[in-house]
Structures are given as C-alpha cells and as structure tokens.
Write a protein that binds this ligand. Sequence first.
Ligand code: FES
Length: 284
Amino acid sequence: MSEVFDREPPASPKAELLVAALLGGAAVLAVAFAVLLVADRHDTQLLGLTLGGAFALAAAALVVTARLVLPRERAIEERPELEHPEERPSLAVPVTRRRLLAAAAGAAATAFAAALAVPVSAIGPATSDPDPWRRGRRLVDEQGTPLTAADIALGSFVTAFPEGADPRVIASPVVLVRDDPGKIRTRRSWAPQGILAFSKICTHAGCAVALYRKPTYEPTSKPPALACPCHYSVFATREGGKVESGPAGRPLPQLPLAIGPDGELRAAGPLSGSAGPAWWSIRR
Ligand code: FES
C-alpha cells in the first residue's frame, strides 16, 4: 500500500509541445553550424551564434522537461512481498507524447553529433595544401617588388612571397638567409651564392619562424639556424632545415632557388615538403 502525499499535476500537452519545439530548434541550429563549417564559411560570429543557440535551446528543453513534463511526486510506499511483481501499482504520471519527444530528442542528438563530427574530421594533416611555388616563379617582398640576390646580405633575414600568388596560403611565405656557400652541407645546389629559402611556418604548431641565429665567431658558436619563438624549435639551415632542437617533429621545408640573368631570385621547384604544422609528424 502506498500513499502519495505530494504530486504535481500531470504534464500538459503544451509543455510537451514546447520541449519538442525547443529540441527541434536545437537540431536546426546544430545542423546550421555543421553546414557553415562544411561550406567553409568561417564567420566566427555566425558559428558561435548557431552552436551557442543550439546548446541554449537544448538546455531550455531539459529545464522544461524537468519542471513541466516529467512526473514529480513523493510517496511513501510500504513494500510487502509481492507474489507477482507486475502487480506493483504504477505511480508515474504518463507522458502523453512520448513518441514526439523521443523523435525530437533523437533529431537533436543526431544534429549535435553532426556538429561535433564536422570539426573533428578537420583535425589532422591536410592532404591538399596548395603549394604556390613553381619552377621559375619570382620571389617578391611584401609590396610585390621582385627580390634580387643583392638584396640578401650575409646575416640578413628577409621574408619573401611567390609573385602573383595568394600570400595568405600557408605555403607562401618563405624566409631568405645568406650563408657561406662552402659551409652548406645539404642541398648545396638549392642555394645559389649561398642564399637559402625555407618555409616561414613552423612545423610544430604553425607559428612564424621569426628568428635567425647567426654566429658572431664560428669556432666557438653554434652554426646558423632559424628559430621559432613560440616553443623554440631550432632548424639547421646548413642541413636542409633539419630540427636541431625543440618540439618540432620534422624539418622546415626548403625551397630550391635559382638566380636569373638579371639577378632576380626565382624558385627552382616546389617546397621540399608540406608547409605548416605536422600532426604527430604525419606529413612529408
Ligand atoms: S610553433 Fe614553433 S616551436 Fe612551437
């Protein structure tokens, strides 16, 4: 025998409809978030609005469900042994639109799964980075002015881009340094007059390689190297950008250079590997 001493009124059909509508709205916004990502619309405000709105509507649906849909009651039940458990009286106030609510919850869960799957699928090595470097392409400065071998002084550090290409592409920026040609140990033919070019994007996490270590007195100093200030990966310029120290997992891609009859610097081919950060070192 049990005695219910505190029972809320049963769920109203209106509350159930409200929950279904909120879950439906959450599903629509979550799908919109996934579609924006797939369509490459990286409008962060729109992405934030859609994903944040989806979570807000889902949270509202849970609150309404807890307060107005689920039965809430307190009962004291004496528990004599029952011969047949199915005889136990049910105290639950039935939810009248179970199917509708189950369908709305399923749609919302599926939409959230899609919204999670799209960004997760983008993690990892890019397999189709455009490499704008081609044989014969001139190297230009930020203003688009072609660079000549005379512009690269010993010890200087110059940033260059491929002429006519999008400078925002991750493989576009390279750094130019000049060294003693006789001291370059790897890919000597890629460095006419000792001028070396490497991708400016660190292979660890994608910061700009912004430091050049130039020894002042070679017998007692370390050889020249490019360094990334973010976590201090150091790349040996005389050895094809090999990682000398730091967390980077692979060398800095090198660009083969040629010097035209007019002294202009030109690419002699594409980069030696994919520019940009590695993913557990899974990249060329
Ligand atoms: S991003 Fe360059 S060392 Fe980490």
